[in-house]
Design a protein around this ligand. Structure first.
Ligand code: 5CA
Ligand code: ZN
Length: 411
């Protein structure tokens, strides 16, 4: 699938310390240690509605990781998927009397535009579920042959992963089983499906149903892939057996990422699948998580349509820490706009040391992407520059390239 167009990223002098990130599995902050090329897989959209600020916040979080690694001199192999076939897409298309393929294409195109406007660096590989079906079917077949999967005997052709084949299941989310069962039911799972060996066994292949699209699955028969195996296979096929970061919003920690990791580890025989499991907090509106099913959405495209500068949106979404669940408010946007305006004013003839500013911003971001700390450091520099203190005439240019390269904010 085609990605979006990126913008050149300025190179900055020197380097900082390695980026440390919170890992959900180890429940602590640890340095990332990419070996040469850094590898990252991020769960992308299910394109049945427009990009909202929750999606944007999560994409910006992983964009910061991408930027910090590049700043440290790593090549970055970044893969993001598009779940361009899944129940929610079919349900929305049916509700609106629309072709599900066209709906997916339209919303994916809008997402690309939104990402470009927010200056999110495009993934190296942007991969759809549909284009990956032959490979996914092959991997599900491997799991069946290996005894890690089983087919239901009710004639549906549905294939499930056998969690007995994943003895470490739960190491990523650390949830008690009762909570796993509740989240599994809430987030697309089917704990009550008759014939499953364990209520938590996740679907790998859904046999063809009347009125639903299906694809040739070879020995699996016609059908379509389950959700967790989609991400496992796409990541493995483009990034290798072990990746540096597996990412997405915290709503994906369980069951999605736990199951994807279990699938990947069984397929490769190597664990852990990811060295860091990184989860961004949820953006909410009026006290509730912003989600398509709740309908409480603020769209990036709507803000753009209203003439809001995407750089102000970016600053607003970085004002608080990425792991915190937080609310989108008009005040947050206003403060992003004010900050952007003030930073733009600070293209003064001179200011306090630009290298010191760069060092402090790098230091804050290397500490689990402390954007509130980084923004405060920059605010202090801007205040000083605007007050006429400091005589570093190179500083304004370095300030501008620092916020461009590390924060993705073009002044
Ligand atoms: N296609 C799947 C992932 S494979 C999916 O979850 N799609 S999504 O469209 O629902 O979400 C896309 C990305 O945005 C995911 O990483 C998800 O965790 C994140 N996300 C969704 N809602 C929010 C929210 N309210 N706040 C922050 N991130 C969110
Ligand atoms: Zn995913």
């Amino acid at each position: 699938m085609q990605s979006w167009t990126g913008h050149p990223v300025p190179r900055l002098p020197g380097t900082g310390r390695p980026l440390a990130l919170y890992d959900s599995a180890r429940r602590g902050i640890h340095p990332t240690q990419p070996r040469g090329t850094a590898t990252m897989y991020v769960c992308g959209i299910t394109p049945y509605d427009a990009t909202h600020l929750g999606h944007a916040a999560t994409m910006i979080t992983f964009d910061l990781i991408n930027r910090l690694w590049r700043d440290a001199g790593h090549e970055v192999a970044y893969v993001q998927n598009v779940t361009d076939i899944d129940d929610p897409l079919l349900e929305r298309a049916a509700r609106d009397g629309e072709d599900w393929v066209v709906l997916g294409m339209r919303e994916t195109a809008l997402f690309r535009e939104d990402m470009e406007s927010l200056r999110v660096i495009p993934p190296t590989h942007y991969v759809g579920a549909v284009e990956s079906i032959p490979l996914i079917a092959q991997k599900v077949t491997e799991l069946l042959e290996d005894g890690a999967a089983y087919r239901l005997t009710d004639g549906t052709g549905d294939v499930y992963f056998d969690l007995a084949a994943a003895p470490n299941f739960g190491y990523e989310s650390h949830l008690p089983r009762a909570e796993m069962l509740a989240l599994f039911a809430e987030r697309g799972g089917d704990p009550d499906r008759v014939g499953k060996r364990d209520p938590l066994d996740p679907l790998l292949w859904r046999g063809a149903r009347e009125g639903e699209p299906s694809w040739d699955g070879g020995p699996l028969g016609p059908g379509r892939p389950g959700w967790h195996i989609e991400c496992a296979v796409i990541a493995l096929s483009r990034l290798g057996d072990t990746i540096d970061v597996q990412g997405g919003g915290s709503d994906l920690l369980f069951p999605h990422h736990e199951c994807s990791a279990a699938h990947a580890e069984r397929l490769t025989g190597r664990a852990p699948f990811a060295r860091h499991y990184v989860h961004a907090g949820m953006i909410g509106l009026d006290g509730e998580k912003m989600s398509k099913s709740r309908g409480n959405l603020v769209f990036v495209s709507r803000l753009r349509g209203d003439g809001v500068d995407p750089m102000a949106v970016r600053l607003a979404l970085m004002a608080d820490h990425y792991r915190a669940d937080r609310q989108w408010t008009d005040e947050l946007l206003k403060s992003g706009q004010q900050r952007l305006a003030r930073w733009r004013e600070a293209a003064a003839p001179a200011g306090p040391s630009g290298m010191e500013l760069l060092g402090r911003v790098r230091e804050r971001l290397a500490d689990d992407l402390d954007t509130p700390g980084a923004l405060a450091t920059i605010d202090a520099w801007v205040d000083a520059a605007l007050a006429g203190s400091g005589d570093d005439t190179d500083a304004p240019a370095l300030f501008a390239s620092t916020v461009d390269a590390l924060l993705g904010v073009r002044l």
